[in-house]
Design a protein around this ligand. Structure first.
Ligand SMILES: NC(=O)c1ccc[n+]([C@@H]2O[C@H](COP(=O)([O-])OP(=O)(O)OC[C@H]3O[C@@H](n4cnc5c(N)ncnc54)[C@H](OP(=O)(O)O)[C@@H]3O)[C@@H](O)[C@H]2O)c1
Length: 254
């Protein structure tokens, strides 16, 4: 029987790379994002597999449950849940729009948590099931000028690592992908393209491949790129106040 992966944020960047990787491995797909036209286009790119599209704004409260209900109604069993959709915003916390920052929390944290909650019982019924949660190297230290974004990614890492322990001995593995700057639409959405942190952005294809392989091997955490690994390691030993200062420095213009 064919396996099925549900991917959020499937229309661009890392999400679309995951779509290609799962499709190449013969998975059927459930794709979630807001842009219905792009979802339709992607569906027609992969005629050899079953692609179900769900156009949904996951920053709206209750959206995760609506996705779950739609998947259940269609009788689809999910074997891999890829919580990838997310966005960031650059600026002083108090100067950024509050509504936008609340939507970020809703998408990056609440939707990811609720999708995991709804799908976990059925994932546990599968022979072998995978969860991949996309965090960031932002998870390892406070991030002035992207305060809410960094905090959402710290949540994703902490939540996911806790689940690893709870799910030991079950058929479900949880992997957290922590990319550093990566060439996707994220940079323009977050207005960070001109910053020092984006001067060495990695290819989205390579980042997604590394995340995919780590997930398939059931690894706990994958940090992409040598410099990013070194940065995450340094963050473990440096005072958090210094980590915050470095994060503020790299958020500055090139
Ligand atoms: N690129 C980086 O430098 C970087 C670094 C570390 C971590 N990350 C993380 O990687 C993940 C993927 O981002 P990306 O870099 O691939 O960015 P991206 O190219 O902007 O892709 C974001 C995806 O999320 C979807 N999305 C955005 N808002 C949504 C909403 N409210 N409801 C449903 N779907 C929504 C977008 O599709 P629609 O517009 O069609 O909804 C798109 O498919 C994010 O969690 C991000 O935080 C990225």
């Amino acid at each position: 029987m064919k396996r099925t992966a549900l991917i959020t944020g499937a229309t661009s960047g890392l999400g679309y790379e995951f779509v290609k990787l799962f499709a190449a491995d013969g998975y059927n797909l459930v794709l979630v994002a807001r842009n219905n036209q792009k979802l339709e286009e992607i569906k027609h790119t992969f005629p050899h597999i079953e692609v179900t599209i769900i156009a949904k704004d996951l920053s709206v409260p209750g959206a995760a449950n609506e996705v779950f209900q739609e998947v259940k109604k269609k009788g689809i069993n999910i074997d891999a849940l890829i919580n990838n959709a997310g966005f960031g915003l650059m600026g002083n916390f108090v100067d950024l729009d509050l509504q936008k920052q609340s939507e970020m929390i809703q998408l990056n944290i609440t939707a990811l948590t609720e999708l995991t909650y709804y799908f976990l019982p059925s994932l546990k019924q599968q022979n072998k099931a995978r969860i991949l949660n996309v965090a960031s190297t932002a998870a390892f230290q406070p991030g002035p000028l992207m305060a809410v974004y960094y905090a959402t990614k710290a949540y994703v890492l902490s939540f996911s690592e806790a689940l690893v322990e709870e799910l030991k001995g079950s058929s479900v593995t949880v992997t957290t992908l922590c990319p550093g700057a990566t060439k996707t639409n994220f940079g323009s959405v977050a207005s960070v393209e001109g910053t020092k942190m984006f001067s060495r952005a990695m290819s989205s294809k390579i980042v997604a491949q590394q995340g995919y392989q780590a997930m398939m091997h059931g690894k706990r955490v994958i940090i992409t790129g040598g410099l990013n690994k070194a940065g995450a390691l340094a963050a473990k030993f440096l005072p958090r106040s210094l980590g915050a200062k470095i994060a503020m420095y790299v958020a500055g213009e090139k």
